[in-house]
Design a protein around this ligand. Structure first.
Ligand code: C2O
Length: 533
């Protein structure tokens, strides 16, 4: 294995899209940012230098960070932000992971413009467990606001209402073609007969997305840097923070095929129905060829999301076995939802808040990992509830539990304990989909269902053989998912909805995983350049 060195400069850059120019915060002046390439088991060292006036941190989304929690990146969770003019060196090893992940800023809404791909190739000499593609292409999906993104959040937090939806979705930085603007939209160039590995990343801020190519099926081979049993599908469903590797064979007639990228929202709260149209173009296509079209999934096409999600099974081969915990030490039941709290400074006198088990997470002012490591008191408590305070009809039209409690409350896990979390959507205001991300671990998605989780019946249907292994899972609107993991990585690890608007409202919590006794079971002390608050 190798050590790979990268340097990221955080700089402002003027970018023009949708006929408007604005200054955005970027890495190296690029949108999307540079790709990190490595092989499984390599060590990656990234020196990040902040040349802008905002504080910044970078999170390596889905990287296990085994015993390297100081490099995880979420601001005020594992580190204080990198202040203007300062640098911080992230140093981690890509143990036991191969595929595609993403990196992104993890402070405020900066990840709107600060994100990029992480490509983890198998170890040298180890083939993919699927036919070798002729070429690989990275496809980064994101959202773009004409307004300054920080202004979008401020509007949301001050009005007490949801933020404005983005003005376009982008594919590798390209909006769809806009009449009158010079934007052509994204073109995926292919050669007849060749097979491509598409490494698709959803880096959007608030939108779950459908991705579809006219006339072509895609073969899904990996999600969140874990191999899956290959299956064919015509529409990919991908939530923010998720990654999907898909094989595309250029096996149709030479020509031009439409690619569509459109949002999924089946809660009665979404307004965003913009579609980005891109193009798949075969080499040798004549000018002005007929264009093969495809239908755009309806915005609330829940069945299409289920066809994708329910097809996902981990590979579970002798070489890549699936190791689901079969006994459970901590059985947790987390309600996830959005409530309403009083707000003196808000327009309506109230504001929307996100919560888990009725606790809306309050960001501390120093990093929780430091506070834990150095035993600094008064920063957090370890009384996060394992269950909601009062059971209610979670997916009914309940108006109970509207007001949440605020707190920086953590849940403590002993080293190597096994954990099951049932993530239950609630309809306190309206049912909504919550793509939920756990830092520091992959989890196995052992079950999913609609309505209220039934602790007597539903576990009998759990898949404990080949459940998909991932780091971000969509909790279905008006339903639940059950995940399992082993707490083998000491540190402080955030669990949150990866819709940035919900995270901002407090839909997050954190686990403390205690050190073990053995030599490789203890988090080392922080690096000397760890930023200070
Ligand atoms: Cu990709 Cu905590 O986030």
């Amino acid at each position: 294995s190798l050590v790979r060195h990268y340097k990221f400069s955080v700089v402002s850059k003027n970018i023009t899209k949708l006929c408007a120019t604005k200054s955005i915060v970027t890495v190296d002046g690029q949108f999307p940012g540079p790709t990190l390439y490595a092989r499984e088991d390599d060590t990656v060292i990234v020196r990040v230098t902040n040349h802008v006036t905002d504080n910044v941190t970078i999170h390596w989304h889905g990287v296990r960070q085994f015993l390297t929690g100081w490099s995880d990146g979420p601001a005020y969770i594992t580190q204080c932000p990198i202040q203007p003019g300062q640098s911080y060196i992230y140093n981690f090893t890509l143990t036991g992971q191969r595929g595609t992940l993403l990196w992104h800023a993890h402070i405020s809404w900066l990840r709107a413009t600060i994100h990029g791909a992480i490509v983890i190739l198998p170890k040298r000499g180890i083939p993919y467990p699927f036919p070798k593609p002729d070429k690989e292409k990275i496809i980064i999906l994101a959202e773009w606001w004409k307004a300054d993104v920080e202004a979008v959040i401020n509007q949301a937090t001050q009005s007490g209402l949801p933020p404005n939806v983005s003005d376009t979705h982008t594919i590798n930085g390209h909006p769809g073609p806009v009449p009158g603007c010079s934007s052509q939209g994204y073109t995926l160039h292919v050669e007849s007969g060749k097979t491509y590995l598409l490494r698709i990343i959803n880096a959007a801020v608030n939108d779950e997305l459908f991705f579809k190519i006219a006339g072509h099926n895609l073969t899904i081979v990996e999600v969140d840097a874990s191999y899956v049993k290959p299956f064919q599908i015509d529409t990919i469903f991908i939530s923010p923070g998720q990654t999907t590797n898909a094989l595309l064979t250029a096996n149709q007639g030479i020509g031009k095929y439409i690619i569509t990228l459109s949002p999924f929202m089946d809660a009665p709260v979404g307004l965003d129905n913009l579609t980005n149209y891109a193009t798949l173009r075969y080499k040798g296509t004549p000018t002005n060829p007929p264009t093969i079209l495809t239908s755009v999934p309806a915005q609330n096409a829940t069945p299409i999301t289920y066809s994708f999600i329910d097809s996902l099974r981990s590979l579970n081969s002798p070489q890549y076995p699936t190791k689901v915990p079969l006994t459970i030490d901590h059985s947790l039941f987390f309600t996830m939802g959005v409530g309403v709290n009083p707000c003196d400074t808000c327009v309506n006198g109230s504001k929307l808040v996100g919560d888990i088990n009725n606790v809306s997470f309050v960001m501390p002012t120093i990093g929780l990992l430091q506070a834990y490591h150095y035993d600094i008191s008064g920063v957090y408590t370890v009384d996060f509830p394992a269950n909601p305070p009062i059971p209610f009809n979670y997916t009914g039209n309940s108006t109970s539990n509207l007001q949440t409690n605020n707190g920086t409350r953590l849940y403590r896990l002993s080293f190597n304990s096994t954990v099951q979390i049932v993530l239950q959507d609630t309809a306190v205001i309206a049912p909504e989909n919550h793509p939920t991300h756990l830092h520091g671990f992959n989890f196995f998605v052992v079950g999913k269902g609609l309505g209220n989780f039934d602790k007597n019946k539903d576990p009998q249907k759990f898949n404990l053989v080949d459940p998909v292994e991932r780091n971000t899972v969509a909790v279905p609107t008006g339903g639940w998912v059950a995940v399992r993991f082993k707490a083998d990585n000491p540190g402080v690890w955030l669990l949150h909805c990866h819709l940035e608007v919900h995270t901002t409202w407090g839909l997050k919590m954190a686990f403390i995983v205690e050190n073990g006794m053995g030599p490789n079971e203890t988090l080392p002390p922080p690096p000397s350049d760890l930023p200070r608050c």
